[in-house]
Structures are given as structure tokens and as C-alpha cells.
Write a protein that binds this ligand. Structure first.
Ligand SMILES: [Fe+2]
Ligand SMILES: [Fe+2]
Length: 208
């Protein structure tokens, strides 16, 4: 079922948002976050939801519009929502590039942009799960779902969706691995600085 796959993708996206949130907390504590992780998460969002996730939802939305116009009126404007996601992504990419290029950027502004992206992305998915998906499940016919599924493999390359899925999975696993390594490195640094900077520790070793 297509909706179940979309829900699975939402869970995967959320894992990346958790990693991004972790880096944001580090940044907001005045510590250098792992920019490789942040950049990779942005790249993920620039590619996969755009070529893969949003087109499926847009297609389902257009079917819902013909089946139940009242429901789409209630659900809202999906195309507009997806455009907002892209705009927020551009903003976050610009902000991070600005930091990395040592341009004059306010840390607080960067933090707010990243936070806004996380909050609104979560909100977007929640909204789809609460309003859009149930309305589509109710209104679309079996034939509609078959048409949606077949148009997804109509890119001229029948393996398109499988390839995209495998690549997105590989990139996601890579990002989460990087994040784990960054966390491990941070906690070992925190441990050694705690040991080095702890006067009681010194007193104990220097004592009689
Ligand atoms: Fe969406
Ligand atoms: Fe979605």
C-alpha cells in the first residue's frame, strides 16, 4: 500500500530530523557541530523528498481533488506546503553555507532557521498523517491507487523507484553512522576534558 510506504518514509525522515536536532543543540551550546552531518542531511532533503516522496503525495492529492473536492478544501494546499518545504531547505542551506564560509551570520539566526525547518517539517508530516492520508484512504478507489502506483514506475526506467529507494536508504544509513561517530567523539572529548580540567582529580593524584 502506497500510504504505508509514505508513512515509513516519514519515520525515516524523522530519524534524520532527530540527528539534525542533536547537531542544532550542540551548535546552540556554542560548540562546533558536525557540519558534515548537517550538510549530508540537507543534501538528502534536497534530493529524495523532491524526486520521490512529494511527487507521490502530489499525485494522490490530485486524485483526491477529483474524488472528494470538499476533503481537499479541508485538507489544504499540498502543492503550496511542498513549495514551502523547498523554500525552507534553501534558507537552511544558505545559512549553513554562510557559517562555513565564515560570512557574518548571527548564530541565533542560523539556529532559528534550522529549528524552524525541523519544527515545520514535523508539522507537515503530522498534518499529512492526520488529515491528508486518511481522507485519501477514504476517497480513492482501488483503480486510483493502481494508477498512482503505475505512474510512479512510468519514468521510462521501471527500476527508477527501486534505485531511488536503495540510494536513499544507503545515504540515510551513512548519515546516521556519521552522527553516531560524531556523538562518540564528542563524549570522549567531554570525558578527557572533564578529567584534565577537574581540580579534585589533580589533587587526588598529587596528594600523599
Ligand atoms: Fe509532503
Ligand atoms: Fe509526506
Amino acid at each position: 500500500m502506497i500510504i504505508d510506504r509514505l508513512l515509513g518514509e516519514h519515520r525515516n525522515i524523522d530519524l534524520l530530523l532527530v540527528a539534525l536536532q542533536r547537531e542544532l543543540e550542540i551548535f546552540e551550546h556554542g560548540i562546533r557541530p558536525d557540519y558534515e552531518v548537517i550538510r549530508a542531511i540537507i543534501s538528502y532533503f534536497e534530493v529524495y523528498p523532491e524526486v520521490y516522496h512529494h511527487p507521490q503525495e502530489d499525485l494522490i492529492f490530485s486524485k483526491l481533488k477529483t474524488r472528494d473536492p470538499d476533503a481537499t478544501a479541508m485538507v489544504g494546499d499540498l502543492a503550496h506546503e511542498h513549495q514551502d518545504v523547498i523554500d525552507r531547505l534553501h534558507r537552511i542551506a544558505r545559512a549553513i553555507d554562510g557559517v562555513l564560509a565564515d560570512r557574518e551570520v548571527l548564530r541565533q539566526d542560523v539556529g532559528n532557521i534550522v529549528r524552524d525547518f525541523i519544527v515545520r517539517e514535523r508539522h507537515h508530516m503530522m498534518w499529512e498523517e492526520r488529515d491528508f492520508f486518511p481522507a485519501a484512504r477514504k476517497a480513492l478507489s482501488a483503480r486510483d491507487w493502481t494508477e498512482v502506483a503505475s505512474s510512479l514506475t512510468d519514468h521510462g526506467d521501471p527500476l527508477f523507484s527501486e534505485t531511488a529507494e536503495a540510494a536513499s536508504e544507503a545515504l540515510r544509513a551513512h548519515i546516521l553512522q556519521l552522527e553516531q561517530e560524531a556523538e562518540a567523539e564528542r563524549s570522549s572529548l567531554a570525558f578527557s576534558s572533564a578529567v584534565a580540567g577537574n581540580p579534585r582529580h589533580g589533587a587526588e593524584t598529587d596528594g600523599p
